[in-house]
Design a protein around this ligand. Structure first.
Ligand SMILES: [Zn+2]
Length: 345
């Protein structure tokens, strides 16, 4: 096709409008965006009705660098019709109120709630709806609630959080144990075989190390990898974030696999790059673990990571446990005990 990709794609759709059951002038199919890739580009159109977008109704035209069309994906509703009047419906604020109440979300809001008016197909009918997007924490969740504009009735609630799997490099639990070499010091060259390649489970897909059990949100200059591959070595501060994410997430899963499904089943915040001190701690107020960075960073050692996580677990059971001299030894002992049980499992 001649011309720029958008015009070429539009011309092609228009020429074959009968085949695709579209309108010849494509007036309800405005251009949404174009993305480039190695092989060419992808032009995406969004179906609208009276300028309101139709939910998930995208038509994508894929072409190579010479504007040769290779493939077309169509989600288009040919017989779309819906009657509605702007003045007869609930407000966006009202939609948010109903959605938050239904999800019992008020105490777990993790950010701004957004609303969007869309045309929503359901069971062969079309509805004008408010799509309310609600982000939550503890655990990390995001929901789309679709409410009928006319009646305020909830048509659907969708889990918006696709869980993603990433990859990374960690020590298990540290180079001294992994290599069986007690002569290592902070200055030693650490060979590749001291590292293990691991799967990082249930990332939220944002590119951050953020998932159901761990969020490294308190770490300065936190790691962000859009492809979810977190391959660092210990010189890189971000390596410690991968350590914290992997080991805490694995520990939480292990504990839950034993049947303790409610035990500290929440997102723990982590700062893997704390102060220049030889100490790490769990903050009961912030529900956050901070790893010290003096000499060898504490976040390089899974023993320490798990020990601190144990303080979070105990605090969930008995708030403040371990703060006085009669419970402190038990709390410290429990941390050391569990970290070893876990690493020997
Ligand atoms: Zn401790």
């Amino acid at each position: 096709m001649e011309g720029d990709p958008e015009k070429a794609a539009r011309k092609f759709l228009s020429e074959h409008f009968k085949l695709f059951k579209m309108k010849q002038d494509l007036e309800d199919l405005p251009f949404l965006r174009k993305t480039d890739s190695l092989g060419g580009c992808h032009v995406i159109f969004q179906q609208v009705f009276n300028e309101v977008p139709v939910y998930n109704a995208f038509t994508s035209v894929h072409m190579d660098k010479c504007n040769r069309i290779n493939k077309i994906d169509i989600c288009y509703h040919p017989d779309l019709s819906v009657e509605w009047r702007v003045e007869k419906g609930i407000s966006g604020e009202e939609a948010i109120r109903i959605a938050v109440e239904t999800l019992r979300a008020e105490k777990r809001l993790a950010g701004k709630i957004t609303t969007e008016m869309v045309i929503y197909p359901k069971d062969g009918k079309y509805y004008v709806v408010w799509k309310v997007a609600i982000p939550l924490f503890n655990p990390t969740e995001e929901w789309y609630v679709f409410l009928d504009y006319k009646t305020g009735i909830i048509l659907d609630i969708l889990d918006a959080l696709l869980k993603f799997t990433g990859r990374g490099r960690v020590f298990i639990p540290n180079p001294v144990v992994a290599l069986g070499d007690r002569s290592l010091t902070g200055e030693s060259e650490i060979p590749d075989k001291a590292y293990a390649d691991v799967v990082l489970k249930d990332l939220d897909g944002s590119g951050y190390l953020r998932g159901q059990h761990v969020d490294t949100c308190s770490t300065p200059n936190r790691a962000k990898e859009q492809n979810l591959i977190f391959d660092y070595s210990r010189q890189d501060p971000r390596f410690k974030e991968v350590m914290a994410y992997y080991h805490i997430d694995e520990a939480a899963r292990y504990i839950q696999s034993l049947g303790f499904t409610g035990l500290c089943n929440k997102t723990i915040k982590v700062n893997s790059h704390g102060d220049f001190v030889d100490n790490s701690y769990y903050s009961r107020d912030k529900k956050e673990i901070t790893f010290g960075t003096w000499y060898i960073d504490d976040g390089e050692d899974a023993d320490i990571i798990l020990h601190e996580y144990c303080h979070a677990i105990l605090d969930e059971q008995v708030p403040g446990f371990g703060l006085n001299w009669s419970t402190c030894p038990i709390a410290e002992g429990f941390g050391d005990f569990l970290q070893h049980v876990f690493l020997l499992r």
